[in-house]
Ligand binder design. Structure first.
Ligand SMILES: NC(=O)c1ccc[n+]([C@@H]2O[C@H](COP(=O)([O-])OP(=O)(O)OC[C@H]3O[C@@H](n4cnc5c(N)ncnc54)[C@H](OP(=O)(O)O)[C@@H]3O)[C@@H](O)[C@H]2O)c1
Length: 214
């Protein structure tokens, strides 16, 4: 599939690398068409990998992964362009973290709204699926690195979009994928972050995840 990965940070790099290794045609998007991190990533990939602006990456993609800083995600999507996102599945991995008061960050939206819902409201013609935001970038694409079978959540308003992303998650190695319902479930998924941050401190590693026992 043709897939855009918007973001050149740890998450963009992990997701784009995994997708390219699985044989997808991946374009990594950034604000600049000549972003150095994206160029470095392309140089290390098999044929078919490319880079571009957020808009160039989104234009030709069937699926768009959102791997941008939470507080600027809507800016990045506006740069990607409404027309380039219309009718597409947007996989939202971003967390609404506010680092303005230092560590640990707080959530700039929570409880009765979420970043996932803000994205869906701002781009009503797109199909937003929230997932993967509850684990570290390495665990996202290699859940087997953590002993024990982890659970992953996903939510969104469109069943077909969720089915497509469930398949991609399974190709990443996720076996226990739990559909939490419409995009308002992003409130709960984003609220996992405060406990994730505390566990990171307590365990001294980011290589962990959550398992729903039932
Ligand atoms: N790190 C993790 O393990 C992890 C785990 C779960 C969820 N997340 C979430 O995943 C997202 C990505 O995290 P990350 O650590 O990989 O990267 P990040 O540093 O949070 O974000 C990097 C991206 O944000 C873009 N950006 C920065 N300022 C911008 C602006 N003013 N306008 C538009 N775009 C801007 C950058 O664009 P340029 O490329 O143009 O510089 C870059 O592509 C975040 O929302 C984070 O909370 C991270």
């Amino acid at each position: 599939m043709k897939i855009a990965v918007l973001g050149t940070g740890m998450v963009g790099e992990s997701i784009a690398t995994k997708l390219a290794a699985l044989g997808h045609e991946v374009c990594m998007g950034a604000r600049s068409a000549t972003n150095e991190k994206a160029a470095d990533w392309v140089a290390r990939q098999p044929k078919g990998a490319s880079q571009g602006t957020f808009a160039e990456a989104a234009r030709h993609a069937e699926i768009v992964f959102i791997c941008t800083r939470g507080d600027v995600t809507l800016d990045a999507l506006n740069l990607a362009g409404r027309d380039n996102l219309a009718g597409k599945v947007l996989v939202d991995i971003a967390n609404p973290l506010d680092f303005s008061k230092g560590m640990p960050p707080t959530l700039f939206v929570s409880n009765d709204d979420s970043l996932g819902e803000r994205i869906q409201r701002a781009f009503p013609d797109a199909q937003v699926v929230k997932t993967l935001n509850i684990v570290n970038a390495d665990v996202m694409v290699n859940p087997g690195q953590v002993s024990g079978e982890l659970s992953m959540f996903l939510c969104g308003n469109v069943a077909e979009a969720k089915a497509k992303i469930r398949q991609l998650l399974e190709s990443f190695g996720w076996k226990d994928v739990l559909d939490l319902g419409d995009i308002s479930a992003a409130r709960g998924m984003e609220s996992v972050l405060p406990i994730w941050l505390r566990l990171w401190q307590a365990l001294g590693t980011a290589s962990f995840g959550f398992k729903v026992v039932r």
